[in-house]
Write a protein that binds this ligand. Structure first.
Ligand SMILES: Cc1ncc(COP(=O)(O)O)c(C=O)c1O
Length: 456
């Protein structure tokens, strides 16, 4: 590798030293977004003809820029879907960068791709996917859903070459499906057919059948189910939905971006029963499977169909099509970082039992929190949690009380719990993916909420 920097030794000692310390040190939970103008001023001159030098740039990052980013892996960061990468995975991420691997093609990235495929095979095994299955790592759940749905459309077209409804294709999903599915429908220029959810927020086979009875002039081609909706953790009834999709000739995609990680636990994986029947599923190890950003996987029962949809052909690429596994064939990308390697390394370093234990810990904390809420006079548990998301209401509070409590605790660095909505009404939502999030600290937060009265 070349360098233009005379202080190579110093720079590598300080950058690598800083990165490995950073991975191990707790971050400051008060960190978070700052004013754009303030950041622009701090950055003045950093990108300039002479630059500012590596040391100064590192200090700027350490002292100003990183503190303006939320520490998503803090144990009390329990909003959105946070993250909790292992130290092994984070450290190995540096190795991936240092190795300059082009992981689009086997020809250039065979070793990395073989290891990524081992990690993917483990995910498919815990999901009960057949030996014929395969896929690749992509940047996130959005990219996984897109790759799968483009493949589903390709499949529909190949099965229905003469069907004149090609311009009225539609994706079928509930309102609880992730927002990315709406955007994907727009990107693909296809329509949407909504299925009503049951009171727990799930898609059932009966409601799916009902929605399919009345599609007007639309032509459904794929059903997107959720194995853990982002807002409530609801799991669609996959075992009943799968045979219906098969009999209707519809592609079944399972969005398991958040919930799929529960498969790592032999104790809890039964909650995703039916995922093994999917035509494709997506899972985000950067959410609840202890990998750093950005690491998601898209997996197909029949990867050949995905290759028909995604493989790129060009004169200069033809010679690399050697019949081996080219990840660029299975999603919308050509050049790709071997972003599955930190997961693979951490699995190899820690063993899959450690993953099972970590998932069990988060599930226990979520169940414990739900118990506390259920037993309290001050709160209403809104949905029985199936995974590690707990939705609840503080009795007597109005929207401004939720917002005020949330803001005060975020600013003090105590916890990030932002309000959400359930059936149109404001509530709190806690999402636990970090095995270091403990019930005692969550209990203290509940006590604090219980003791804070509504604003008069
Ligand atoms: C169920 C589900 N699907 C898809 C996504 C999108 O994933 P990403 O943000 O990695 O693109 C999310 C993100 O929270 C999710 O929870």
């Amino acid at each position: 590798m070349h360098t233009w920097n005379a202080d190579l030794e110093l720079l590598s000692a300080s950058v690598i030293g800083y990165a490995s310390e950073r991975a191990k040190l707790p971050k400051d939970p008060r960190w978070g977004a700052r004013d754009a103008q303030e950041l622009a001023e701090a950055l003045t001159g950093a990108v300039s003809q002479d630059g500012v030098g590596g040391q100064a740039a590192l200090e700027l990052f350490r002292d100003v820029l990183l503190p303006a980013c939320r520490p998503m892996d803090d144990p009390m960061m329990v909003s959105y879907v946070p993250t909790a990468p292992t130290i092994a995975a984070v450290l190995f991420d540096m190795v991936v960068s240092a190795s300059s691997i082009f992981a689009g093609h086997w020809e250039s990235g065979a070793g990395a791709i073989a290891a990524e495929n081992q990690a993917l095979r483990w995910i498919m095994d815990i999901a009960g996917f057949p030996a014929s299955g395969g896929g690749c790592f992509v940047s996130g759940g959005t990219a996984a859903n897109l790759a799968a749905l483009v493949t589903a459309r390709q499949y529909w077209r190949s099965e229905n070459p003469d069907d004149d409804r090609r311009n009225r294709l539609a994706i079928v999903a509930t309102h609880g499906a992730h927002a990315s599915v709406d955007v994907i429908a727009r990107v693909m220029d296809v329509d949407f057919i909504r299925v009503r959810s049951d009171p727990q927020g799930r898609m059932t086979a009966d409601e799916l059948a009902h929605a399919l009875e009345d599609v007007g002039d639309l032509c459904p081609f794929a059903v997107v189910t959720s194995a853990g909706t982002t807002n409530s953790g609801a799991i669609d009834d996959l075992t009943q939905i799968a045979p219906l999709c098969r009999s209707e000739g519809l592609w079944l995609h399972v969005d398991a971006a958040y919930g799929g990680s529960v498969l790592a636990s032999p104790t809890h994986r039964h909650v995703l029963a039916g995922i093994e029947l999917a035509d494709s599923f997506g899972i985000d190890p950067h959410k609840w499977l202890f990998a750093p950003y950005d690491c998601a996987a898209v997996l197909y029962r029949n990867p050949t169909m995905a290759a028909h949809a995604h493989a790129q052909q060009a004169d200069y690429l033809d010679y690399v099509d050697d019949g081996e596994w080219n990840p660029s064939d299975y999603a919308l990308h050509l050049t790709r970082r071997a972003r599955g390697l930190p997961l693979w390394f951490s699995l190899a370093a820690n063993g899959t039992d450690a993953y099972a234990k970590a998932i069990d810990t988060t599930m226990e904390v979520a169940a414990g929190l739900a118990d506390r809420i259920r037993e309290s006079e001050e709160f209403d548990l809104l949905v029985e949690p199936k995974l590690s998301i707990v939705l609840f209401r503080r009795r007597g509070w109005a929207a401004e009380d939720y917002e005020r409590w949330s803001r005060v605790n975020a600013e003090s660095g105590t916890a990030l719990i932002v309000p959400s909505k359930w059936e149109g009404e404001i509530c709190f939502r806690i999402c636990i993916v970090n095995p270091l999030t403990d019930l005692e600290s969550l209990d203290e937060l509940l006590e604090d909420m219980a003791a804070s009265s509504a604003r008069p």
